[in-house]
Ligand binder design. Structure first.
Ligand code: NAP
Length: 313
């Protein structure tokens, strides 16, 4: 367990691509950073499949393997890791104070916030209760449980396309339910989806209700065509929600500047408006949201933190 009152040089919140890259750079600068991994170690890449666009891997690399490699690389240079989660922030003193797991407060000379983003849900009745009972946001984690049964994916972006393609390994049929008449996914992913016989797109349609069997497991969804307003029932054993992400900024509410959607605001390079607090990755990125841009901003945040600690700012 972490010690109360410990003074750290650099604390990094988050262990996705941004946090781990920041950890590699800060550790190589001999700052012995402490990485708070939080509830989803490895960030979004830990729930993805093959990453084909991270430079240096011509055959692609599995997301979980990529973050594991980064973790090892950071550890090799002296980064320290804890599963603790940042739950509060105090910026009123000379040094940044950070609360972990709603208990201890740590002090740090520099803080890098790379807390990422979390899967968005539809907000339908019973949604929370159904997670793990036929409702999920992670095909890599749960796809293999649904063999030879029909499933559906909700969304029209790259995540939805990737999830749908992955699920064709197991499911008898994959319905891709999208509220528009075309995918927003990149062309290469959209083309793959459209060429796949096992995937059936259902356009201009939203899910309005989850239906369960007598054991409380998902068995069907109610669909509404947004143009004709017609409702119909679709039998599926599992619903994979892939409608984007929201930035993880709850712990910093009112303490760090955000835009109206909760994304942290970066002033210059990776700097926040508070001296000693730096920002990296998807928690501040509403545009690119790529592993490589997250890694790049993690690098910048660590280099800015190092400059700050050397009094160069
Ligand atoms: P996204 O691009 O924001 O797409 C979200 C999708 O969900 C959109 O099609 C959106 O519909 C739909 N949606 C949002 N809210 C909804 C709601 N309440 N009900 C129904 N549908 C809803 O998110 P993403 O797919 O997670 O991708 C995020 C970023 O990661 C993107 O930049 C993407 O390129 C990247 N990514 C890349 C890869 C890859 O390169 N292999 C894989 C995954 C993600 P509208 O189209 O109507 O807005």
């Amino acid at each position: 367990m972490l010690l109360f009152g410990l003074m750290e040089k650099v604390i990094i919140i988050g262990s996705g691509c941004a946090g781990l890259t920041a950890a590699i750079y800060a550790a190589r600068a001999n700052l012995s950073p402490l990485v708070l991994e939080g509830r989803q170690p490895g960030g979004q890449l830990s729930t993805t499949t093959l990453v084909e666009n991270f430079p240096g891997f011509p055959e692609g690399i599995d997301g979980p393997q990529l973050v594991l490699n980064m973790h090892k690389q950071a550890e090799h240079f002296g980064a320290r890791f804890s599963y603790a989660e940042a739950t509060g922030l105090d910026l009123t003193n000379e040094h940044v104070r950070l609360q972990v797991d709603d208990e201890d407060w740590l002090e740090t000379q520099a803080l890098i916030v790379a807390s990422g983003a979390s899967a968005r849900w539809l907000g339908l009745e019973n949604e929370e209760k159904l997670i793990g009972h036929g409702l999920t946001s992670c095909a890599t984690c749960d796809g293999a449980f649904y063999r030879n049964v029909p499933v559906c994916v909700i969304g029209g972006g790259d995540s939805a396309a990737e999830e749908a393609l992955f699920l064709t390994r197991f499911a008898s049929k994959v319905y891709l339910i999208h509220r528009r008449d075309r995918l927003r996914a990149s062309k290469i992913m959209a083309d793959r989806v459209m060429a796949c016989e096992l995937i059936e797109p259902i356009w201009n349609t939203t899910v309005t209700k989850y239906l369960t069997d007598e054991k409380g497991e998902m068995c069907a969804v109610m669909l509404r065509n947004v143009e004709t307003k017609e409702d119909r029932q679709l039998e599926v054993a599992c619903v994979f929600v892939a409608i984007g992400h929201d930035p993880n900024t709850k712990a910093f509410a009112g303490k760090l500047e955000t835009d109206p959607d909760g994304y942290l605001l970066v002033r210059h390079l990776a700097e926040s408006k508070h001296p000693g607090v730096f920002i990296a990755g998807d928690v501040a990125d509403r545009v690119y949201k790529q592993a490589i841009t997250a890694a790049g901003s993690g690098c910048a945040a660590a280099m800015e933190a190092e400059r700050y600690l050397s009094g160069l700012h």
